[in-house]
Design a protein around this ligand. Structure first.
Ligand code: C2E
Ligand code: CA
Ligand code: CA
Ligand code: CA
Length: 278
């Protein structure tokens, strides 16, 4: 029996080894990607629902690995969080997004503002507010040019220090927006506790708008809450004209989704803006 037991544990430790090696490989690949410019940002427009005006763009990270191909952020963002690369990644995102906005402005492309996504570990970094201030200033941008999107689920751990960092970002004049609003159980309490100036109605409500009265009623109630708190409200994930019309009737001011445009590389977003002005 002893023999078999030993054999089994060797089998398990081999399997654990293989997983650990895979992870290490992936981790090294991400580190490489950060060093060798394999990460890119795509930009998705946010549209005025009644006017068709461009309200801003959201920057979304992309990783094109030379051998593994396109790796989605839903895979590499959690990895970056686990292996301690998320601060470096977010620094890059902030620099790149602000550099791109400044470059659009310099070439006369009218992009009103840019939204970036940050992760919970970023808010544990006491240097984040000064980094943001530095990145804005070095690109000749103002605090109102940047919006930081945060997901409520990421704040659940209630780490001390996070609140101070969020308040310091707000004090800079950079706007904070609650992402995926309505999906976490504490959405409403976050609206009270955090200095947010916007919320994004989660895509799961928009998907059901056409066929589900409850989704309509909740979307309408969320808009009312947002309005009564003077928040900028954006509906996410609009894919069909029917969803667009329902949101318009409910009074939603701004929306984002494949119906208007998928997230695009910077040069394609430029063409999209220029052709939609004509
Ligand atoms: P998110 O912030 O909620 O971003 C919206 C996601 O929905 C994006 O997926 C976007 O491409 C997708 N989307 C946009 N319009 C539509 C639509 O009409 N229909 C559908 N089905 N999807 C739509 P993506 O780019 O794969 O990003 C997934 C998530 O990864 C993001 O969710 C965000 O939480 C995270 N993420 C992306 N980039 C970054 C980043 O730079 N930093 C951090 N921390 N997280 C990021
Ligand atoms: Ca987002
Ligand atoms: Ca979202
Ligand atoms: Ca999300």
């Amino acid at each position: 029996a002893k023999k078999a037991g030993r054999g089994q544990s060797r089998f398990f430790s081999n399997e654990i080894n293989v997983r650990a090696q895979e992870r290490l490989m992936f981790e090294n690949a991400l580190r490489d990607a950060l060093q060798h410019n394999q990460l890119h940002l795509h930009y998705q427009p946010q549209m005025g629902l009644s006017t068709g005006d461009l309200h801003g763009v959201e920057a979304l990270a992309r990783w094109n690995h030379p051998a593994m191909g396109e790796i989605p952020p839903a895979r590499f963002i959690p990895l970056a969080e686990e292996c301690g690369l998320i601060n470096e990644l977010s620094r890059w995102v902030l620099h790149e997004a602000c550099r791109q906005l400044a470059s659009w402005r310099a070439t006369g492309v009218p992009i009103p503002c840019i939204a970036v996504n940050l992760s919970v570990s970023n808010f544990q970094d006491v240097h984040l507010p000064s980094l943001i201030a530095h990145v804005l200033e070095s690109n000749g941008l103002l605090p109102k040019d940047l919006i930081v999107e945060l997901t409520e689920s990421m704040l659940l751990d209630n780490t001390p220090g996070v609140m101070q960092v969020i308040e310091a970002i707000d004090a800079l004049g950079v706007r904070l927006s609650l992402d995926d609003f309505g999906t976490g159980y504490s959405s409403l309490s976050y609206l009270r506790r955090l200095p947010v100036s916007g919320l994004k109605l989660d895509r799961s409500f928009v998907v059901d708008l056409e066929h589900d009265e409850a989704a309509q009623a909740l979307s309408s109630a969320i808009l009312e809450i947002g309005r009564s708190l003077h928040l900028h409200v954006v509906a996410e994930g609009v894919e069909t004209p029917a969803q667009h019309h329902i949101l318009l009737e409910l009074g939603y001011p701004v929306a984002q989704g494949y119906l208007y445009s998928p997230p695009l590389p910077a040069d394609q977003l430029t063409s999209w803006v220029q052709s939609s002005k004509e």
